[in-house]
Design a protein around this ligand. Structure first.
Ligand code: AKG
Ligand code: FE2
Length: 345
């Protein structure tokens, strides 16, 4: 599972909404599906990101029994909310023998400043901050989507630069948007895991519109599939901080829905998280904001000449909610349990 090289992705400043910025962003997401955003006018202040990482670390350090009370399986958290124990999610079920070597905590959208699921005390005490963080992530995503709409030259009469943002307007109803804290513990080399077949997060593409990923320096592991020649997959490492500036840029990637909407013009790149090379290294903490449209949004081609040139429309149009349910049923062991199927080990 060694990565061959490091991918070079553009690092963009999205403070301006000029056509030049839109073009650079559009080029980056059509070529790689991933781009770094400097975001340096401070939509998400670095200290807020640090605080979130602080809460995440405290939460994952708490005893298993206390985390288990907030499990996604507890029946009180919601289908895609709550704590995911080690190995409970399998992002690449066809290849993996065991689930991902990670823990996660998913928070679905807040309403009127309040979480819509029980929060563990350590996170509940930060509810107001979490709510602010959600809003900051949403605002950054809206800026990015506006630029992508400009890059796609979406027909003005059909919505123009507001086409995507309108589909993500929180006043229009609930969505599958999730803020997720992730923890990949360091494991003893011995026989705790098999370097060949086990993985921190299996190969997958993200289910939503776009994802913001926050990472910490010194805790690498993310890779993207840069090419596939027959049986041979080429994986490239994605550095945490490519410019080594004090402020770590936010990584943004295209999810399945943006790819559907653009008939594949924008790439929803396959990625994974690997163990540190020598079996040592650090624990990894990351945080992801998975942006989803309102549940009833229809996944049909965006009204753009660039997209039309991509080919025919899909005959079957599904909604964002239907798509999410389909994807979740494949990756979460708890869904299999619900269906009474045996879990693989
Ligand atoms: O931790 C990471 O770097 C990536 C996590 C990820 O890709 C995901 O949860 O979808
Ligand atoms: Fe992902």
């Amino acid at each position: 599972m060694e990565s061959k090289d490091t991918v070079t992705l553009p690092v963009l400043d999205v403070n301006d909404s000029d056509p030049e910025t839109a073009r650079s962003l559009f080029d980056a997401v059509s070529k790689h599906g991933f781009v770094y955003i400097k975001n340096n006018r401070g939509e998400i202040p670095p200290q807020d990101i640090d605080e979130m990482f602080g809460s995440s670390k405290e939460f994952f350090a708490s005893p298993t029994e206390s985390k288990a009370k907030f499990s996604v399986n507890s029946g009180s958290s919601g289908k895609n909310s709550g704590w995911f124990s080690m190995n409970s999610e399998t992002l690449d079920p066809e290849k993996q023998k065991r689930g991902d070597f990670k823990e996660a905590f998913n928070m679905s959208e807040f309403k009127d400043g309040k979480a819509q699921q029980p929060l563990p005390p350590l996170l509940l005490q930060n509810e107001a901050r979490l709510n602010t963080f959600f809003a900051q992530c949403h605002a950054l995503c809206m800026r990015i989507l506006e630029l992508i709409a400009i890059g796609l030259e979406i027909n003005t009469l059909a919505g123009g630069k507001d086409w995507f943002t309108a589909h993500h307007d929180r006043s229009r109803g609930s969505s599958g948007t999730v803020f997720r804290m992730l923890f990949y513990p360091t494991l003893p080399k011995s026989d705790a895991y098999d370097q060949e077949t086990d993985i921190r997060a299996g190969a997958h593409s993200d289910y939503g519109t776009i994802t913001l990923l926050f990472q910490k320096p010194g805790q690498p592991g993310l890779e993207i599939l840069t090419s596939e020649k027959g049986e041979k997959e080429v994986w490239s490492a994605v550095p945490v901080n490519p410019t080594n500036e004090a402020k770590v840029p936010t990584l943004v990637n295209v999810g399945n829905l943006l790819s559907y909407w653009t008939k594949g013009l924008l790439k929803s790149a396959v990625h994974r998280v690997i163990f540190p090379k020598d079996g040592e290294g650090e624990d990894r903490y990351s945080m992801a904001y998975f942006l989803h449209p309102v549940d009833e949004a229809r996944l049909e081609a965006v009204p753009s000449e660039k997209v039309r040139k991509q080919g025919k429309n899909e005959s079957k149009v599904i909604t964002a909610k239907q798509h999410l349910e389909e994807r979740l049923s494949v990756t979460y062991a708890y869904k299999l349990q619900e269906k009474g199927e045996a879990l693989s080990d």
